[in-house]
Design a binder for this molecule. Sequence first.
Ligand code: ADP
Ligand code: MG
Length: 264
Amino acid sequence: WGGPASPAFLHCFPPPEDSMPAPLIEFRDVHKTFGAAPVLNGISLVVPEGQTVVVCGPSGSGKSTLIRLINRLETLSAGEILVGGQPTSRLSGEALRVLRQEIGFVFQHFNLYGHLTAEENITLALRKVLRWRDADARERARALLRRVGLEDKADAYPEALSGGQKQRVAIARALSMRPRLLLFDEPTSALDPEMVGEVLAVMRELAAEGITMMVVTHEMGFAREVADRILFLDQGEILEDASPRDFFHATRHPRARRFLSQLL
Ligand code: ADP
Ligand code: MG
């Protein structure tokens, strides 16, 4: 690990020289409906490079949909999402593939390939998408496994790993393409309590290294200590967008207060 990331997608679309650097992510009045049901109702949001944003809110409030829209696991119904200043809603083919390469995604249920070892899960995209030589892909996988504290598990299959270990492999896999942005959808919700800490510790290190992250989580300790900013979502709207300090001590919105009181 080391050296600059290679933001191929962003290199395709450099900002004009006299402008400020574009925010890494920008939502412009984004709406999403499933059938007739509105799920996101006019989300506008700017995330500068380097921020760690925690997204919280009741079940069904649209948190997963919000982050899944960014790498086009869902398609928006209206509005626009820009990544690195570039509109993404119409991307397809190679441009969409490159966008996704820039964005690592970590799922609640790990989504590792059960028939592949930890190392093979991490090297898969490097070998198949980037056509890396085996030796190079393995070298990066080993470095990433070291980074998440699993250097001795390279040859283990997922079924032989604990939940916390699986999620750390999934994080290493999400890092394999050197993304500009990491998205996490409740990465610790499926874990036994004693394994939550080891996953949050890895995420905390990534945040400290400055990679931009959006994290859907109910781990309010993590939010308080690691987030630059907390979004509270309710019924498809952002009701709060605050620093952890303001969110925990001065939350104005009754629904956010009720949400917090149920967690704490
Ligand atoms: P959260 O992650 O906050 O629990 P979601 O973004 O998963 O919320 O879901 C928001 C709303 O959208 C929920 O009412 C959910 O039932 C609905 N929804 C999510 N995904 C789909 C889908 N693929 N088809 C239909 N409805 C969906
Ligand atoms: Mg969800």
